[in-house]
Design a protein around this ligand. Structure first.
Ligand code: NAD
Ligand code: TYD
Length: 342
């Protein structure tokens, strides 16, 4: 099999790091170059098992640093770029939108300019189903297809949508060989404990209150992170240039049900649940129609939610040091400011 050099931006974050680990295992002949600014969400400990791997290298670099990114492309000559780097938390985008626009839009532009200059064979943009806005709860037959209009709710999703439009514009105008994947909510190991599932696990383990926004009936379509990695691997190798692929788990669950499943698995009482003020502009329901990626690339999620959530909880129990270190840092200030009610 041919060897390839893949530049992964945002590879010290939740999904990016899972992707790095997945690719080094699946394609041991590939070189993986990881670029990450190590913001609050980046964590080199996640990558420690591969730091000594001769096919892996890490560069601490901001994707908006044009000079640094161009020099890195010059020295590493990637064949494929997969852009995971982003500010990714909706609640933070409501508090402070600017960094979302800078990283998610301008950072993507810098990576694409370098990809043009150094003629990469593929630029793959990791996008999100949140670019489609939300669906009503009372029309379960409605799903997001790749043709669903872009209609964003939060500064986060607006910044991701802007990046998607720019990626498609670079394809049309400059012939940059792009693909885009729009995935539903991921869960699994190394998930930063500001997002629903890991936050509920670590709070429940500490017998702390579990903050559920609004009525808790909002629905997300959960996908085990390794399945997202599999989908991206398929797209970069077999996806058609210029195309968008939705990626979903066929697994719609309401927030309150997620919280109850976690409590049950950890044998903690439901009295820990606290309903708190709703998120501003809170999207009601996300649900992906996965027909295209299934028919065109043969993608099917491998991990059922009932197994994936057990594996995830077991991982948090077995890897306390990973998340306890995070809780000791700036996270405390974030948590106190964000969850004043509890
Ligand atoms: P994350 O916040 O865990 O990780 C983001 C990573 O990007 C971190 O390592 C961070 O240090 C890095 N980063 C941030 N700004 C950077 C910059 N300017 N330059 C270089 N690196 C920078 O996010 P995640 O959950 O792993 O999400 C990864 C991607 O997947 C994002 O593009 C997100 O929009 C998309 N996505 C996430 C989900 C999900 O459920 N988490 C679902 C669909 C799509
Ligand atoms: P989150 O993990 O932030 O992902 P996203 O907003 O990108 O879907 O949130 C998932 C759902 O859980 C969302 O409907 C908001 C809700 N939520 C809570 O109810 N409480 C919380 O403390 C958090 C972080 C999220």
């Amino acid at each position: 099999m041919n060897s390839k050099t893949i530049l992964v931006s945002g590879g010290a974050g939740f999904i990016g790091a899972n992707f790095v680990l997945y690719m080094l295992k699946k394609h041991p002949q590939y070189k993986i170059i990881c670029v990450d600014a190590l913001t609050y969400a980046g964590n080199l400990k996640t990558l420690s098992p591969v730091m000594e791997n001769p096919n892996f290298s890490f560069f601490k670099l901001d994707i908006t640093d044009r000079k640094g990114i161009f020099e890195l492309f010059q020295s590493t000559k990637p064949d494929i770029v997969v852009n995971f780097a982003a500010e990714s938390h909706v609640d933070r985008s409501i508090k402070d939108p600017e960094i979302f626009l800078k990283t998610n839009i301008l950072g993507t532009q810098v990576l694409m300019d370098a990809s043009r200059e150094f003629q990469v064979e593929r630029f793959h943009q990791i996008s999100t189903d949140e670019v489609y806005g939300d669906l009503p709860l009372d029309k379960p037959e409605l799903l997001f297809t790749e043709k669903t209009p872009i209609h964003t709710s939060s500064p986060y999703s607006a910044s991701k949508a802007a990046a998607d439009l720019l990626v498609l514009a670079y394809h049309r105008t400059f012939n940059l060989p792009v693909t885009i994947s729009r995935c539903s909510n991921n869960y699994g190991p190394y998930h930063f404990p500001e997002k629903l599932i890991p936050l509920m696990i670590v709070n429940a383990l500490a017998d702390k209150a579990l903050p559920v926004y609004g009525d808790g009936l909002n629905i997300r379509d959960w996908l085990y992170v390794e399945d997202h990695c599999l989908a991206v691997d398929l797209i970069i190798h077999h996806g058609v240039v210029g195309e968008v692929y939705n990626v979903g788990g066929n697994n719609e669950v309401s927030n309150i049900d997620i919280v109850k499943i976690i409590l049950k698995e950890l044998q903690k009482p439901e009295s820990l649940i606290r309903y708190v003020k709703d998120r501003a502009g809170h999207d009601r329901r996300y649900a992906i129609d996965p027909t295209k990626i299934h028919n065109d690339l043969g993608f099917l999620p491998q991990t059922q939610f009932k197994d994936g959530i057990k594996k995830t909880i077991a991982w948090y129990l077995e890897n306390r040091a990973w998340w306890e270190d995070i809780l000791k840092g700036d996270y405390q200030n974030y948590f106190q400011e964000m969850y004043q009610e509890i």
